[in-house]
Design a protein around this ligand. Sequence first.
Ligand SMILES: Cc1cc2nc3c(=O)[nH]c(=O)nc-3n(C[C@H](O)[C@H](O)[C@H](O)COP(=O)(O)OP(=O)(O)OC[C@H]3O[C@@H](n4cnc5c(N)ncnc54)[C@H](O)[C@@H]3O)c2cc1C
Length: 535
Amino acid sequence: MTPANWFEQEPALQRLMKRQLADAYPRALPRLTQMGAKSANDVTKWSALADHQGPRLVVRNREGQRIDDIEYHPAYHDLMRTSLNHGLHAGPWADPRPGAHVARAAKVIVWYQVDAGHICPVSMTYAIVPALRHQPDVASTWEPMICSSTYDPADLPPSAKAGVTCGMALTEKQGGSDVRANTTRAEPDGEASGSAFRLTGHKWFCSAPMSDAYLMLAQAPGGLSCFLVPRWGPDGTRNPIRIQRLKEKLGDRSNASSEIELADVWGRLIGEEGRGVHTIIEMVNHTRLDCILGSTSIMRQGVAQATWHAAHRAAFGKLLATQPLMANVLADLAVEAEAATVSALRLARAFDAGPGDEHELLLQRLLTPVVKYWACKRAPVHAAESLECLGGNGFVEESNMPRLFRQSPVNGVWEGSGNVICLDVLRALAREPATLDAFWSEVGLADGGDARLARAIDDLHADLKDQATLETRARSLVERMALVFQSSLLVRFAPEAVADAFCGSRLGGGTAAGTFGTLPVGTDTTSILERHTPA
Ligand SMILES: Cc1cc2nc3c(=O)[nH]c(=O)nc-3n(C[C@H](O)[C@H](O)[C@H](O)COP(=O)(O)OP(=O)(O)OC[C@H]3O[C@@H](n4cnc5c(N)ncnc54)[C@H](O)[C@@H]3O)c2cc1C
């Protein structure tokens, strides 16, 4: 199934967006429709080409000089151009009005369904801005270039380009979660340099190595620090970032991920020396939001494909979608995707909060890891079940379901794997207890809407108070926080059938294993499927 419009195929997303953006950002809706429609014409083809004929590393030019370049299929550039033209990489910074992060989030959910891989550099470009603002003089140079909506892939110094993209390189061979163990060294670049450094070491993962600049962590004399490392140095020569090889990955194939050596590269200190983690965490938080959007997008695409297939395929004399057991599976997949969508967009609204909006900032701190953990955990099982709904065809590349499935675990690994994310939730609760108060008041807005939710909130209250063995129970607690949050949003904003199905199966009901297709008897699967099946 290739939709005529990737946004309009999604009535549930449209309704959510209309409500979220009606006042704050009405201009976003026609732009979303426009972007969704573009996909009908070209992008299915672009995406297949970009994925099948993935990036190639070109280490040297024909004269033998090192160029460390990445060659992409032209279709990849078409995808990037469209993303940047629509502001997926910087819309909220270029036009920071209320609702801008929500509008961007909806665009990412729509566009990631077309091609996930190229969203990686788009996402890192978006996320670098708040970290760069720790160094206002650097931000004032780079932010206007980042905010340009022109895609310019030329390998030239940034001043000669119409727009730039950015990446990040934290992970080293010995570890990605524990970045404090980084061994890359940063030495001051001459006595009077102040904020200029030379970096030497290696990075085991550096996605989008053709970016114009990267944030990197390295050990400076004052401790682990954050640096902006441009592809071209300030003297107008190529910075010696040596790409060693490209990773052969499970999915995410249109995106290049590389291993790089840093041979005395020039870098500019961002933020305070020795406070690298504090500085780069701003970037990490924004890419975590995008991990949630990506996982949500995978679930939305799974539902669209599975419901459409079942609405058109007959077995044993009846359309699959009308058969009770299949309707249960499809409706279960649909409510999961709707819960992911509503929680992702609600969280994006917290990213729109200004400095004085304490409640939203506290929610952002706690719910970013909570929702990231859960959306990323659900995406792979959701993709597997959606694939199964298409039977044998779902296992065949032409259906696109194998690609969806291969992509589905990536967001769970990137920017904090499951355990690391759960530990981050515990850290937020311990260091900023007000985040939990904000959480209770947010989920309390659904108060009285559903007795099962009220009970789940009480149980969670009690279990979070018990400080013993918190770390061992972290996954179970974070999962329940996510479910309570998602249930509260569905109770407030979704049709009764959706909220009822979700609360009835996720809050103490359903199977212990959480298999899809186990909604309780009496669930209104018909109206759930009407809401989610593409026309
Ligand atoms: C497609 C792709 C692209 C990537 N692109 C980039 C990039 O551009 N830049 C970049 O810097 N990195 C990138 N990464 C790397 C990624 O961020 C790391 O793989 C990730 O942070 C995990 O680090 P690690 O692989 O070293 O695993 P480890 O840190 O060794 O962790 C292994 C496992 O142990 C768990 N674990 C760790 N600590 C604890 C603990 N205290 N308690 C319990 N469990 C724990 C983790 O949750 C994980 O499951 C990319 C990865 C992928 C797959």
